[in-house]
Write a protein that binds this ligand. Structure first.
Ligand code: ATP
Length: 357
C-alpha cells in the first residue's frame, strides 16, 4: 500500500460562471507522503485556494479523484463531506471562535469523550499552556496562529492545509513560526500543504515546492532542484526572480537583446527561445550614452539590487555597495563571462561568453 497522506489524480475543476468567463484547474497530479510539507506557490488567481478547497471538500472535481490516507474522498460522482475527511485547516485570519477560550477552541473538533491528551501535548508543544483561559481577542497574532495550528492538529489530523497562515504577522514572529511549523508537523507525523506568496518562505521550510500557473502545476520538486533545475522559464522567473530574455539561434550564435553569445560546445540546441540568468550574471557601468536606464535601486543589506530598463526589457542587476549608480542614470550592461545562464525550452546550461566583434 502507498504511503501517501494525499493523492490527487488528474484533477480537473471548473468554476461555473458566465460562458465567456470560465476558469478551470486542469488535470492536476500531486502525491504527498506522510509527514511531508509541500509549499504551493503561484501568481494571484492561479488556483491555489481552489486546490485547497477541493482537498478540504468544499468543491467537487469535474474529472479525476482525490484520495486521503488511501481512501477516495472526491470524484465527479462522490463527495466525502469536509468534516469526515480529517483535514485540518489554518487560515490567514485564524478563524478562531471568539466566544470560546483557547483551550475550548483547541478541543472544539474533538468528539464527545475523546482523549484530550493530544490537545494538552499540542498546547505544550506550541507554547500555549499559560494562555488556556484567554479568549482570541486577548492573544497576539502569533499566539492566535499557534492556536489555530493546535486546533487543526488536535483531533489527530494527518493532513493540514494552510492558506497563507503567516501573512498577517510581523517579520520576527513570521520567521519564528514558519520554522516551528515544519518541526511541529513532523513531530505530529502530519503532512501539510502551505500556500504562500513568498518563494523564500516555501524554499526555506518545505520538503518540496509545487509551482502553479493558470490552473496548472508546472513543477513540484525539492527546493534544491527548483533553484538549480527550474523546469520552465515561468518557474525561473516567478520563483527565483531570474532575468529572462528572448533569444534566436543561427550560425552557431545565440542572439540576445544584450549581445551575441557563443553556442555552448557539445550541446545540440534545437528550439530554445529564451535565456535565463540571475541578477549576478550582468555587469553594469555608468555611461551617459548607455542604452540602459536605471529605474530603481533597492538596498539589500550587503549589496544593491538595481531595476534596469533596457529597451522593452526589465532586468534585475546585483551591484556591490561601493558603487554609486542611482535611478535615472544611463548605463551599459554586459554579460559576466564567468557566469552561466539556462536556455529554455530544454534547460540547457550556457556559459555567458559574449562574442565581441
Ligand atoms: P490568490 O493568490 O490571489 O489568493 P489563488 O491562486 O488562491 O489566488 P483562487 O482563489 O484559487 O486563486 O482563484 C482561481 C481563479 O478562480 C481566479 O481566476 C478567480 O477569479 C476564480 N474564482 C475563484 N473563486 C471563484 C468563484 N466562486 N466563482 C468563479 N470564479 C472563481
Amino acid at each position: 500500500m502507498d504511503n501517501f497522506s494525499l493523492k490527487i489524480e488528474n484533477l480537473t475543476f471548473e468554476y461555473k460562471t458566465t460562458f465567456k468567463d470560465k476558469w478551470s484547474l486542469n488535470n492536476l497530479n500531486l502525491a504527498i507522503q506522510n509527514g511531508e510539507l509541500i509549499g504551493l506557490l503561484g501568481p494571484s488567481g492561479c488556483g491555489k485556494t481552489t486546490l485547497l478547497r477541493l482537498i478540504a471538500g468544499f468543491e467537487q472535481p469535474s474529472k479525476g479523484r482525490i484520495l486521503i490516507n488511501n481512501h477516495i474522498v472526491a470524484t465527479p460522482d462522490f463527495l466525502c463531506p469536509p468534516e469526515r475527511r480529517g483535514v485540518g485547516m489554518v487560515f490567514q485570519d485564524y478563524a478562531l471562535f471568539p466566544h470560546l477560550n483557547s483551550w475550548r477552541n483547541v478541543c472544539f473538533g474533538l468528539r464527545r469523550g475523546q482523549d484530550k491528551s493530544r490537545a494538552e501535548w499540542l498546547f505544550d508543544l506550541l507554547g500555549l499552556s499559560d494562555l488556556r483561559n484567554r479568549y482570541p481577542h486577548e492573544l497576539s497574532g502569533g499566539q492566535k496562529q499557534r492556536l489555530a495550528l493546535a486546533r487543526a492538529l488536535a483531533p489527530g489530523t494527518s493532513l493540514v492545509v494552510l492558506d497563507e497562515p503567516f501573512s498577517n504577522l510581523d517579520v520576527g514572529v513570521r520567521l519564528k513560526l514558519r520554522s516551528e511549523l515544519s518541526a511541529v508537523l513532523k513531530t505530529c507525523s502530519a503532512s501539510g500543504i502551505l500556500v504562500t506568496h513568498d518563494p523564500d518562505e516555501a524554499l526555506a521550510i518545505c520538503d518540496r515546492v509545487a509551482v502553479m500557473c493558470d490552473g496548472q502545476l508546472h513543477q513540484c520538486t525539492s527546493p534544491n532542484d527548483l533553484v538549480h533545475k527550474p523546469s520552465s522559464s515561468f518557474v525561473a522567473r516567478f520563483v527565483l526572480q531570474r532575468n529572462v530574455l528572448p533569444i534566436s539561434l543561427s550560425e552557431g550564435i545565440i542572439w540576445t537583446p544584450l549581445g551575441k553569445l557563443k553556442y555552448p560546445t557539445n550541446q545540440r540546441i534545437i528550439n530554445a527561445n529564451e535565456i535565463i540568468f540571475d541578477d549576478q550574471s550582468l555587469r553594469i557601468e555608468k555611461n551617459t550614452k548607455g542604452r540602459a536606464i536605471v529605474e530603481g535601486c533597492e538596498f539589500q543589506s550587503n549589496h544593491w539590487l538595481l531595476r534596469v530598463k533596457f529597451g522593452i526589457y526589465k532586468l534585475r542587476i546585483y551591484m556591490s555597495l561601493g558603487k554609486s549608480i542611482r535611478p535615472g542614470d544611463r548605463c551599459n550592461i554586459f554579460f559576466d563571462s564567468n557566469k552561466t545562464g539556462i536556455l529554455f525550452p530544454g534547460a540547457i546550461k550556457c556559459p555567458l561568453n559574449e562574442l565581441i566583434e
